[in-house]
Design a binder for this molecule. Structure first.
Ligand code: NDP
Ligand code: OXD
Length: 310
């Protein structure tokens, strides 16, 4: 089994040692310098493969994403058909996202951005605090990451609701589905967290209409993809007071262009796509399991439905 690692700008050294600790005789190649004969490549492990590249490996048996998101693979118009594609289901990615979302929910809940602004102005003033049971959280996407974030937030006493394609039965989390369900969830979300995959159905989902359906003064935390948000509509919602703040970890264009208004907006907190990382020490056992599954022709863990987009 030859595995090809395709991730521009990432040093493969740690990945090679972590994967070899799992599969000692793994034949691991690295694009673009150590590919060898393309006919020998069985599995690709990748983040943002160049368009058209995957189609150059005629004997591919599986495509494994180095991240939870999969749109960076599916966007390739020459994606070879019929090859199983798997997203990454990684405990480290999950705990990283739970930490990040919890941190940002608590930051907004405890009015930390306002206290920092007051500090810059030398303004000593108490801001009224709310109980967690009075701060309603809505989560778009109740999958591997969204459900885990929701579960953690219920432990703080926040009322949590979630929206998914299919009905969920998660302790303490109210489940919503469909278009009506989306608007029912929005109207009861003081803090809205987006953890949807980017698909044709979810692109631009956070626009003037959906942001306008949130309670006045709500907060948005987007840790999914930049293309979920219509940038101008978000700025308009913040400037009009419809939203009081936003934490953005992901953007339509990354790195966020230097002249983008998000950088300097007083009510936006920007992170450089840092919410959750794929770390070899946590992800290698999961990926190794999928390498073995691919070799044996078994279904992959996290195998996605290509037609559905996630
Ligand atoms: P999953 O595939 O496990 O979960 C996706 C969830 O979204 C599911 O609950 C699914 O519903 C729901 N969903 C999908 N399409 C729709 C739709 N049209 N309408 C309603 N609900 C929908 O993904 P993960 O939780 O693992 O990851 C989510 C996303 O988080 C990734 O795709 C990625 O973009 C982002 N991410 C960002 C990171 C960062 O650092 N910023 C790090 C890791 C991930 P159902 O359960 O019914 O199928
Ligand atoms: C991912 C990400 O999809 O880091 O895993 O964005």
């Amino acid at each position: 089994m030859a595995l090809l690692f395709i991730c521009e700008g990432e040093d493969p050294t740690d990945w090679e040692s972590a994967l070899r600790a799992e599969i000692p005789d793994l034949d691991m190649r690295v694009w673009p310098d150590r590919v060898g004969n393309p006919d020998e490549i069985d599995i690709v492990l990748t983040w943002q493969p160049p368009r058209g590249l995957l189609a150059t490996f005629p004997n591919l048996k599986a495509i494994l994403s180095l991240g939870a998101g999969i749109e960076h693979i599916l966007r390739d118009p020459e994606l070879p058909p019929g090859i199983p594609v798997a997203r990454l289901i990684d405990p480290g990615l999950q705990s990283g996202m739970v930490e990040f979302v919890t941190m940002e929910v608590l930051r907004h809940h405890r009015r930390e951005p306002e206290y920092r602004a007051q500090q810059r102005a030398g303004d000593w003033r108490l801001l009224r605090q709310s109980l967690s049971c009075d701060r309603r959280i809505g989560i778009l996407g109740l999958g591997h990451l969204g459900a885990a974030c929701g579960e953690m937030l219920t432990r703080f006493g926040f009322p949590v609701s979630g929206w998914a394609r299919t009905e969920k039965d998660l302790p303490g989390i109210a489940s919503y589905t469909g278009e009506d369900g989306l608007f029912s969830l929005l109207e009861r979300s003081d803090i809205l967290v987006c953890l949807l995959p980017l698909t044709p159905d979810t692109e631009d989902i956070l626009d003037a209409t959906t942001l306008g359906a949130l309670p006045r003064g709500a907060v948005l935390i987007n840790t999914a993809r930049g293309k979920h948000v219509v940038d101008d509509d978000l700025i308009e919602a913040l400037d009009s007071g419809q939203l009081s703040g936003a934490t953005l970890d992901v953007f339509r264009e990354e790195p966020l262009p230097a002249d983008h208004p998000f950088w300097s907006h007083p009510n936006i907190i920007v992170y450089p796509h840092a919410a959750a990382w794929t770390l070899p020490e946590s992800a290698a056992p999961v990926i190794a399991d999928n390498i073995v599954r691919a070799a044996e022709g078994r279904e992959l863990v996290g195998q996605i439905e290509v037609r559905r987009g996630y």
